[in-house]
Design a protein around this ligand. Structure first.
Ligand SMILES: Cc1ncc(C[n+]2csc(CCOP(=O)(O)OP(=O)(O)O)c2C)c(N)n1
Ligand code: SF4
Length: 283
């Protein structure tokens, strides 16, 4: 058994979906025989983003909304590492929305897991981009007036080469999906439906259990994937597919940016550069 446990106990509310994501991620890394010194967990800021503290690997708890650029930086610096970016829906789709689009487009070889509880958990219950229309939150006391952000169609439209959905209430399936995401070569996005039992009284475990089902379509069929990606919205959340929605390998960006290819330091003199003249401009 590869030891991924830490002495720290997660500080989540009892019953929070983040517990299953934590277990599934550690189990996926263990089953893929990835040693802790070859894994880096990069998060943002939020309840779920505390997760690097609870996994015995390398980790960065970074800035809110900046999971993807930090993860990409780690991957470029050392392409041999397994880099897993992880954060909340507020972190990834609001502050980090721009990075999400371009991460999918550029296709760096990283995993990106979103703990999608459809609320801002850590800051105590404000509406997030994936909060459903009509839902009352602290910031939408008369009901959310705007339509929800659609992460799965967005990832597909932006060009992600691996797009999947999973549910924190089904930890074994979630673990299998995380394993597939890690094994995929390219940007692998998993939208994880994660109940926040404290602030989101609408998207509960029972609410999901009545709606989720495992899809068995051919994930290399883009048109079918597009249809599945939209199913929650076209059925008014009556049917929510879980599983790999789309998967097709294509060129990854990593090789272009690899330090070996652009040896930016090769022409520097060994003693370094004298920048004192240049610096005077700013004095
Ligand atoms: C740049 C910046 N903006 C805003 C915040 C305040 N902030 C901290 S966590 C958070 C939202 C957390 O929600 P989410 O990302 O969905 O994660 P969750 O807590 O639900 O897991 C916000 C707005 C911050 N820390 N930094
Ligand atoms: S506030 Fe919500 S997301 Fe945060 S730990 Fe509690 S249940 Fe989990």
């Amino acid at each position: 058994m590869i030891e991924y446990n830490t002495p720290e106990r997660p500080q989540w509310c009892p019953g929070c979906g983040d517990f299953s994501i934590h277990v599934a991620l550690k189990q996926a890394l263990h089953e893929l025989k990835i040693e802790p010194y070859n894994a880096v967990i990069v998060s943002g800021i939020g309840c779920g983003s505390k997760i690097p503290n609870y996994v015995r690997s390398y980790g960065v708890e970074g800035l809110h909304g900046r999971v993807i650029p930090t993860a990409v930086g780690v991957k470029i610096a050392n392409p041999s590492l397994t880099v897993v970016g992880i954060g909340g829906d507020g972190d990834g789709f609001s502050e980090g929305g721009n990075h999400f689009i371009h991460g999918a487009r550029e296709n760096f070889d990283i995993v990106y897991l979103v703990q999608d509880n459809k609320i801002y958990g850590l800051t105590t219950g404000q509406a997030s981009p994936t909060t459903h229309k009509g839902i009352k939150t602290k910031t939408t006391p008369d009901g959310n007036m705007v339509s929800e952000f659609r992460p799965v169609p967005m990832a597909l439209a932006a060009g992600a080469s691996f797009v999947a959905t999973a549910f924190a209430g089904d930890v074994l399936h979630l673990k299998e999906i995380i394993k597939q995401a890690i094994q995929h070569r390219g940007f692998a996005f998993v939208d994880i439906y994660q109940p926040c039992i404290t602030w989101n009284k609408y998207n509960t475990y029972d609410w999901y259990k009545e709606r989720v089902y495992k899809t068995d379509h051919d994930p290399s069929d883009w048109n079918k994937a597009w249809e599945k990606a939209w199913e929650p919205y076209t059925t008014n959340f009556e049917k929510i597919p879980l599983g790999v929605i789309y998967k097709k390998e294509r060129e990854i960006a990593d090789e272009f940016f690899s330090p070996g290819r652009h040896n930016l330091t090769k022409d520097l003199p060994p003693e370094g550069l004298d920048v004192s003249e240049l610096a005077k401009e700013f004095l």
